[in-house]
Design a protein around this ligand. Structure first.
Ligand SMILES: C[S@@+](CC[C@H](N)C(=O)[O-])C[C@H]1O[C@@H](n2cnc3c(N)ncnc32)[C@H](O)[C@@H]1O
Length: 395
């Protein structure tokens, strides 16, 4: 898509093209393109309308019904915050008294739209002209023009003297691939990390793998998962910080665990139940806090499986009943699985270098039974646990 084609989508011909493309969103691209051209659409408009229809369909998972009227670029959709996560953040910003927010690197506008819906005025900027135009189109499509201005600009050129909050979600991709080193972020890490000195109410959205050493002094570091998938880290700076560490688990029943991130869980033997904490709990270094909620212990001080004597209903972890624990030997494991007639094996692991697919090949599984094994370490010794999922794991 080009900015010119995006403008065409607001004309009657463009709207008709989008409507026609929506009906063909599931069709193979060539079939859809020729069907649209057969309706008299110029090839570039037909192709762009079909791309929008496909992206709108894909965007439903992140944006729900709003996706049907929004505009996307492929990278913009990939990088966009899910509306459930953005909405929650926006409410917290509004409750903390933010009234005018700068969204620096707004992408297609997921966080901008959520903030505006929470009643916050937003000045959104993106350095990429097409992305900024898409964000502006989304603001219009959702009727939020009164609260939002969108500009194509470099974040470093934005006057922050008129805002009382800053949100920055730097680009973590270059040439289509992800970058993991914060020094490769855009805007640069130095710029991003310095924002809180200019506007104390600053929130930074970062990759979930961000190093704890980069958490600004006094900031709250939050890790967010949605239905068990770890989606982001956020650093809440200045007066926005409430606790040192937070794990937020969004899903049917949203739950939050907080703590210092510095506690150590007690260590003991393997017990009847093993809990596999949500990745947000693990990344936030809140395993000890979680363990205390189930009266749990670790079996190895460096591995985040928590063991307990009962299956306490919890939304912070999946729980398994341990049937047997044995020292890891592939030969022995193969013999046991053969004996039990296991043809389908679920392999979970923490603290094991074994590759589950390779192990499955070596085990030559055969038989009608199913089983779950957990590869881990107990007091540093490679161990395999035979385990059964405890179905009711949510509180
Ligand atoms: C991760 S995306 C933001 C996604 C957005 N929060 C959303 O949910 O839709 C980062 C954006 O920052 C923009 N960007 C990168 N460097 C920038 C800079 N120096 N100034 C302004 N925008 C920049 C990119 O074009 C990209 O759209």
């Amino acid at each position: 898509m080009t900015p010119e084609l995006l403008v065409q989508f607001s004309t009657p011909a463009g709207v008709a093209a989008l409507d026609a493309a929506a009906e063909l969103a599931d069709a193979p691209p060539l079939t859809a393109a020729s069907a649209l051209r057969a309706r008299g659409l110029p090839p570039d408009l037909a192709a762009a309308a079909h791309t929008q229809a496909v992206l709108r369909l894909r965007a439903r998972a992140k944006f729900g019904p709003d996706a049907a009227v929004m505009f996307f670029t492929r990278p913009g959709l990939e990088q966009a915050t899910r509306s459930a996560v953005a909405g929650r953040r926006a409410l917290r910003l509004a409750e903390a008294g933010v009234t005018r927010l700068a969204d620096l690197g707004c992408g297609v506008g997921a966080d901008t739209l959520a903030a505006a819906r929470a009643g916050i005025s937003v000045h959104a900027v993106d350095a990429d002209p097409l992305t900024a135009a898409v964000a502006a189109a989304n603001v219009r499509a959702l009727g939020l023009d009164d609260l939002v201005t969108v500009a194509c600009a470099d974040a470093s050129a934005v006057d922050l003297s008129t805002v009382d909050g800053v949100f920055c979600d730097p680009a973590r991709r270059r040439g289509g691939s992800r970058v993991f080193d914060p020094r490769a972020y855009s805007p640069s890490w130095d710029f991003v990390a310095g924002l809180r000195d200019r506007v104390p109410r600053t929130v930074l959205k970062l990759a979930p793998g961000i190093a704890h050493t980069l958490i600004p002094a006094g900031a709250e570091a939050e890790w967010v998962s949605v239905d068990g998938d770890l989606v982001e880290a956020a650093f809440w700076c200045g007066p926005l910080a409430v606790v040192p560490r937070r794990a937020s688990l969004l899903g049917p029943d949203t739950q939050t665990l907080t703590g210092t991130g510095e506690r150590e869980a007690p260590v003991g033997p393997v017990r009847r139940y093993v809990y596999d904490p949500d990745p947000a709990v693990v990344r936030a270094h809140l395993v000890a806090e979680f363990a205390s909620t189930v009266d749990g212990t670790l079996a190895d001080s460096r591995i985040a499986y928590v063991y307990g004597d009962s299956a306490v209903p919890t939304g912070f972890a999946r729980c398994f009943e341990v049937e047997e624990a044995m020292p890891l030997s592939v030969k022995r494991l193969k013999a046991v699985l053969r004996e039990r007639g296991v043809g389908r094996l679920t392999i979970k692991k923490r603290g094991s270098a074994l590759d589950p697919d390779e192990l499955r090949r070596k085990l030559r599984l055969d038989g009608p039974a199913e089983a779950t094994i957990i590869l881990t370490r107990v007091d540093d010794a490679p161990t395999v646990l035979f385990a059964t999922p405890v179905i009711r794991s949510r509180a």
